[in-house]
Design a binder for this molecule. Sequence first.
Ligand SMILES: Cc1cc2nc3c(=O)[nH]c(=O)nc-3n(C[C@H](O)[C@H](O)[C@H](O)COP(=O)(O)O)c2cc1C
Length: 157
Amino acid sequence: MKTLIIYYSYGGNSALVAEELKKAADADVLELKTEDEKVRTGFAKYAWGGKQVFTHKYPELKPYTVTIEDYDRIIIGGPVWAGTPAPALQSFIAKTKISGKKIGIFLCHAGGKGKAMDKFKALLPGNTIAGEIDFVNPAKLDRAAVSLRIADWVGSL
Ligand SMILES: Cc1cc2nc3c(=O)[nH]c(=O)nc-3n(C[C@H](O)[C@H](O)[C@H](O)COP(=O)(O)O)c2cc1C
């Protein structure tokens, strides 16, 4: 089974998960990057990200090449922003046809994922959601424990 990991990460948490997933799943990896990669902190970061969510103005992504048809299994994830999957993930899904795939979804958040997982699943109709997992700011957790949890999860997909 050929697996592709697709992720977006603003602060490194989802990147860490993607790295561990790659080790566990022997997969190709596509990192989504936005054209506007300016580093923001504090209130400015939340205001900027929240605005994208509430206005549904999803960011332009840096060019990428991917042939979804080449893969049987797709693991896709990133951060929760204002109770939804980060807008960059939504930009990708809006532009890329993903159907008939086995899907694993991961989310990183700060403890308030709300309905983000349900919203994520709703963006991917016509696929089989084989598994879902979420992490509370994994960059702050014990790396070995995160790694183990990810390996277990990948094994269950
Ligand atoms: C604009 C913005 C909105 C956020 N909204 C939420 C939220 O609704 N719930 C939550 O638990 N965390 C929220 N967070 C925190 C991130 O989801 C969390 O820190 C995540 O681990 C970051 O992943 P990353 O480092 O891969 O970007 C938000 C962060 C940002 C920047």
